[in-house]
Write a protein that binds this ligand. Sequence first.
Ligand code: UTP
Length: 314
Amino acid sequence: MTEAIRKAVIPVAGMGTRFLPATKTTPKEMLPVVDRPAIEYVVEEAVSAGLTDVLMVTGRTKRTLEDHFDRVPELEAALEAKGDDARLALVRRATELAQVHFVRQGEARGLGHAVLCAKGHVGDEPFAVLLGDDLIDERDPLLQRMVAVQAQHGGSVVALLEVPRDQVGLYGCAELAQDDATAGQEDVVRLAGMVEKPDPADAPSNLAIIGRYVLSPAVFEVLERTPPGRGGEIQLTDALQTLAGTSPEQGGGVRGVVFRGRRYDTGDKLDYLKAVVRLASGREDLGPGLREWLAEWVASGFDTEAPTHAPVRR
Ligand code: UTP
C-alpha cells in the first residue's frame, strides 16, 4: 500500500496568453468564475479529495493570489460592524480552506519545470497536481477517484477526457496499453505512452489528458533529466512518457482515469464565458434571474442594439 496523499501542487506561473489583456497583470487563475476566483474552486476541490496542504507555484503576478488566501482585517472589521455575516463568511472562506504555501518559479520554463519547483516541499511522497484553468464540477468528483486508483496501483495517474478526434491535437493524447490489473474497473486504463498535441490523423486515441494528475515522486528525478521539448519548455507530458516506460519498482507506470463529468476550461475566452453562464444558471441566488434574461435574449435573436434596462441593486 502506498501512503495517503496529503499534498496538492497548483502551478499558477503561466503567462495566460490566451486571455490577454486581462492576464497582463493578473494571473488567469484569479479571474472570477461567477463571483469567486477560479483558484478558489480548485483549492476546494483539492480539500474535498482530502488534500489540505496546498503549494502554489507562482510567477511574477503572485501578489493577488497570496492576498486572496490571506486575511484582510479592515474588510472583515467593516463587514462585522455592518453585521453582514454572509459576506464575511465569503471573505473568510479562502483563508480557512487549507494550509496554502507558495514557491516562486522565477522564469516560466514550462509546466514540467513548475512541477519540479515543488520538489523541496513535496519530498518523497505521491502528490496531486491541479491546473487552475480546468474546473471540475464539484458534483462530479474526479480527484478522489484518481487518489484511490493511485493508492491501489501505485505509479502515477492522469485524468483523461474523450474528445472529438479533430480536437485531440489541442491536448496531450494517451496511447493505451493492455492492463490486466484494472480488469473490471471500466474507468481506468494503463498508458503505454502519450503524445503532446498530435496531428489528429496520427493520434493514438481520442483520450485527451486534462489538468489533474496524481504523481509518483519519481517524477522529480525524471524532470531533472528532461530537456526542453515543444515550445522550448520542460513538458510534464515528456516526463510522464518516460515514467510510462519505467518499472513500478522505480516509481514508474502511468494509469488514466476516464472522466465523464462536467469540466470547464476557463483559460480559453469562449469556454470561460460558457462556464460562467452554466455555473451561474445553476445557482439558487442568480440562476432564476439569469435564465429568465437568457431566454428573452435568445428569443430576441441576440439583439445587441436594444437598450438595456437599469439593473436592480441587491
Ligand atoms: P498553459 O499551457 O495553459 O499555459 O499552462 P499558460 O501560459 O498558463 O496559458 P496560455 O496557453 O498562454 O493562455 C498550463 C498550466 O501550467 C502553468 C500555468 O499557470 C497553467 O496552470 N504553468 C505553465 C506554470 O506554472 N509555469 C510555466 O512555466 C508554464
